[in-house]
Ligand binder design. Structure first.
Ligand code: HAM
Length: 448
């Protein structure tokens, strides 16, 4: 396999060829993924820390299916974007974490650390073509040069669902409901997670009543955002500098009085029977710079993990990204796969064994090879998952392999004394056998 991967690496022909392949200084170096980047492997996994491609598909399926139930359409954008798209309004923290470089044409570019700026750019360009409100979702892979820690890697997949063109709280409630239902679709319940709902606007009023310098507003939001992680003295002196104090901010959080807008969102969710999944918590403010209205984050109830998801309303972003040409209110959330997979694992909610093939075709005598291959093809064309030994393998080894794979049936082409072909089918759970004509195989399988 070393030869095979070496060949495909140098001869794959994606993009311009390098004049000389990069020197390989040690096998070890080229065999490991970069820190914070994951390999996804099929089950059964080789070790406890490996990431499962089957679990990833299970999560993506739940996301896609919930998005479909809510009428969201799928879009995507490029993973590499002009650097400026993210320095414009994502905010300091994300800009510090960018994977950025100069491309060969001298452009400053960055791997996308989040989807929202790309989406705002995309929507600004094509919104006239679509009926409002626009409801779109995507599952991009995102890249952030962060310190690696539990729940934080340098790449992750993020379910993004966003709405454009709807200013009222009904849209905010719809998104929170979608967030709740996508977690429920994975088996999580109200005992497992909670959505903490807050308002950037409420915090904006709070700030403006205390400080007239609007250039410092974002610094204030960041101080509130870091409240739970930062030393109290540090936060207090920062807040005092901004006309408030730690006690002042804490009192506002503890009072937790919903604004009219947040109350409308709560009422909407209560009507759907989803009230138990949400609580007002002004401790949430969101680190990203572009939010303007309701904001929210999803957390596990026990508080063992980092945020599962976060989002909110950003009514100025499309305008900003389009240089003032398009003015459309927007809102959305992002849910990462890393914390989510950890939480599902901790709650015993990972999917069970991946099903094996429907049929394992046993190949025995060489004169029946062509008939056996015809059977394989016929079953596959009918939509059945079929495996068979690709190389020579003794009969008992073939049967063992079928069992290991968890096949439901084995099928073996046989020849009767007159040379007529028949197929011996064996149901591997009941061990019952039947011999049928080649044309009756599909019917026989469908009957069970
Ligand atoms: P965010 O809070 O930066 O929001 O990320 C959303 C979620 O993505 C987090 O709650 C977390 O689960 C996951 N996540 C973020 N960074 C990492 C990481 N380094 N490793 C693993 N998981 C991570 C946004 O990105 C917004 N653009 C979401 C949004 C969409 N707002 C409106 N629309």
């Amino acid at each position: 396999s070393a030869r095979r991967s070496g060949e495909s690496f140098h001869s794959a022909g994606f993009g311009p060829r390098l004049a000389r392949p990069p020197p390989v200084t040690s096998t070890r170096r080229c065999m490991q993924a970069l820190p914070g980047f994951r390999d996804f492997l099929p089950e059964p996994l080789p070790h406890r820390d490996a990431w499962s491609a089957d679990v990833r598909r299970h999560i993506f399926n739940a996301w896609r299916d919930t998005a479909r139930r809510y009428g969201f359409r799928e879009y995507d954008g490029p993973p590499l974007e002009p650097l400026e798209l993210f320095t414009l309004k994502s905010g300091e923290e994300i800009v510090q974490q960018l994977f950025n470089f100069e491309d060969k044409g001298g452009r400053a570019v960055a791997l996308r650390p989040e989807m929202t700026p790309t989406l705002a750019r995309l929507v600004a360009g094509v919104e006239r073509h679509y009926r409002k409100p626009i409801r779109w979702f995507a599952i991009p892979q995102l890249f952030r040069y962060e310190k690696q820690q539990k729940g934080r890697l340098r790449e992750h997949f993020q379910f993004n669902a966003d709405i454009f063109g709807e200013p009222g709280p009904g849209a905010d409630a719809e998104l929170v409901a979608l967030l709740i239902d996508s977690l429920r679709a994975l088996g999580l319940t109200r005992e497992d997670f909670v959505i903490r709902l807050s308002s950037r606007r409420a915090w904006q009023d709070f700030f403006r009543a205390r400080c007239q310098d609007s250039s410092r507003e974002y610094a204030f939001y960041q101080a509130v955002d870091k409240l739970e992680r930062e030393k109290p003295e540090t936060t207090d002196s920062l807040l005092r500098d901004l006309g408030s104090s730690l006690a002042d901010v804490r009192a506002f959080i503890e009072a937790g009085q919903p604004t009219g807008e947040l109350q409308a969102i709560l009422d909407n969710l209560a009507a759907r029977g989803l009230a138990d999944f949400v609580k007002i918590d002004y401790g949430v403010i969101r680190g990203l710079a572009y939010y303007t209205g309701a904001v929210f984050e999803a957390f596990d109830r026990k508080g063992e993990f980092r945020a599962i998801a976060g989002g909110g309303r950003y009514d100025q972003l499309v305008k900003l990204v389009s240089g003032g040409k398009v003015d459309l209110p927007g809102l959305g959330f992002g849910m990462g796969d890393v914390v989510l997979a950890e939480l599902l694992k901790a709650r015993g909610l990972l999917p069970g064994v991946v099903p094996g093939p429907d049929v394992f075709v046993l190949f025995e005598s060489p004169e029946l090879t062509a008939d056996s291959l015809r059977l394989v093809q016929q079953l596959r064309e009918a939509g059945r998952a079929v495996e068979y030994p690709l190389g020579p393998l003794k009969g008992d080894k073939q049967f063992k392999r079928a069992l290991e794979l968890g096949a439901r049936w084995t099928a073996r082409v046989e020849s009767d004394p007159q040379g007529v072909r028949q197929v011996r089918l064996k149901n591997l759970s009941t061990r019952a056998e039947q011999v049928v004509g080649p044309d009756a195989v599909l019917q026989q399988l469908a009957g069970e």
